[in-house]
Design a protein around this ligand. Structure first.
Ligand SMILES: *[C@@H]1O[C@H](CO)[C@@H](O)[C@H](O)[C@H]1NC(C)=O
Ligand SMILES: *[C@@H]1O[C@H](CO)[C@@H](O)[C@H](O)[C@H]1NC(C)=O
Ligand SMILES: [Zn+2]
Length: 379
């Protein structure tokens, strides 16, 4: 059955025909580790109190000498209560990115994920992007990131599309072609209480489509980490913390801490679906109070015996093979091989898409021209 489905997919792709429409999820057929229905129920039917509460802290956009200061200050050298390093995920786009600093983040044990090569406007570019364009923006970015930051190609697994603008099936088709395992672009405002757990696209999703078009094809094996919305002080949903309209005063650290904890508790005190803290660094730089409140929140998580600040991909790994929190705490820490940087500073590099001369800080030999879509290595 699965083989015929795969053959059909290959045929449909080659022939440029439509993908199979996803059918309502069948829990009998859709089983872990490779398939999971979209649902608010806890994997393998664990009780909430036996379920590790994962916290996913993510930052978007390029890494540079300004925002790295915040990352160094509040994220480095943190340890969860199981004595394993805390994880954070960075969705990095290419333009003005400092690849030497990406290498540094990777070597701190953080996850690097993809946020496109061009990050271009208008937003309709992403809404209308074909599978081919998505492959150039994300599939090629995987190669580009591994090359310039000198980090393993296989360590790059996640995608977030700019402006949280889905393009229907197209990004997911590209992901499945390039071995990208999960997407964290798709907000939900309906499934927040109890919140939606991550799931795969083998079958039709129950998730509300906040920024259409959403995928409706069956794309086996690609995981969705829903961006479960927070509620601001007026109850308005917001998918990124820095997009919440009604927030506590920017000089009241305690109020900010309570605001974060209130949102956390919607997960921790219900079905323990992974809790997302999705933000851009500039918001913390502009509002030091929020930065301190976040730091306090991470302290809190680091001190809880059943909550863990982890890389987003670690959440997928746990879901594929869910174990109770007692067992999880006994597992050896995840390890990785450091991948050091032989730094090169390159420029001025002429660009083929505009008149700008760029400089690049990389861990590889200098490219001939500024890398861009359709020439991701700048050769
Ligand atoms: C996604 O694929 C399904 C199945 O082929 C199709 O019905 C749907 O129109 C596609 N979505 C978009 C936005 O193209
Ligand atoms: C963590 O490490 C500390 C100090 O190294 C040790 O006292 C403690 O028992 C360890 N805890 C766990 C859960 O391994
Ligand atoms: Zn962005």
């Amino acid at each position: 059955m699965r083989c015929c489905l795969v053959l059909f997919l290959v045929f449909a792709f080659v022939a440029g025909q439509e993908l199979p429409l996803a059918e309502p999820c069948d829990e009998e057929l859709c089983q872990l580790p490779n398939c999971r229905c979209s649902t608010t129920s806890i994997p393998r039917g664990l009780l909430a109190r036996d379920t590790p509460q994962f916290v996913m802290l993510t930052f978007d956009d390029n890494v540079n000498i300004i925002n790295i200061e915040t990352y160094r200050e509040i994220l480095y050298n943190r340890v969860n209560s199981n004595n394993c390093s805390s994880g954070v995920t960075f969705y990095v786009n290419h333009e003005y990115n400092n690849y030497q600093l990406v290498n540094e983040l990777y070597n701190q044990g953080f996850e690097i994920a993809l946020h496109s090569i061009t990050h271009q406007t208008p937003q309709s570019y992403w809404q209308e992007a074909t599978p081919e364009i998505m492959a150039r923006e994300f599939g090629d970015q995987k190669l580009q990131m591994a090359h310039f930051a000198n980090i393993p190609y296989e360590s790059l697994k996640g995608v977030r599309i700019p402006f949280l603008q889905l393009g229907g099936n197209s990004s997911f088709q590209a992901m499945s072609e390039y071995g990208l395992e999960y997407d964290c672009t798709w907000p939900t405002i309906t499934y927040t209480d109890p919140p939606l757990w991550p799931y795969t696209l083998d079958y039709a999703s129950i998730q509300d489509c906040v920024i259409s078009p959403c995928p409706t094809a069956s794309i086996p094996g690609v995981w969705i980490i829903p961006m479960v919305s927070w509620r601001d002080l007026n109850g308005t949903p917001c998918s990124m913390v820095d997009s919440c309209p009604a927030v506590p005063p920017f000089d009241d650290e305690d109020a900010w801490f309570r605001f974060i904890v209130t949102n956390f508790e919607r997960h921790y005190l219900s079905n323990r679906a992974p809790f997302g803290f999705f933000i851009h660094e500039w918001y913390l730089a502009v509002n030091p109070t929020v930065k301190r409140a976040l730091s306090r929140f991470i302290d809190l998580v680091n001190n809880l015996n059943d909550a863990f600040l982890v890389k987003s991909y670690d959440v997928i790994e746990w879901i594929k093979n869910p174990v109770p929190v007692d067992e999880y705490r006994q597992q050896p820490c995840k390890t990785f091989t450091p991948s050091l940087c032989l730094p090169a500073s390159c420029g001025p590099l002429a660009s083929e898409h505009n008149e700008v001369d760029y400089w690049m800080q990389i861990c590889n030999v200098c490219p001939r021209v500024y890398p861009w879509i359709n020439n991701p290595l700048g050769i």
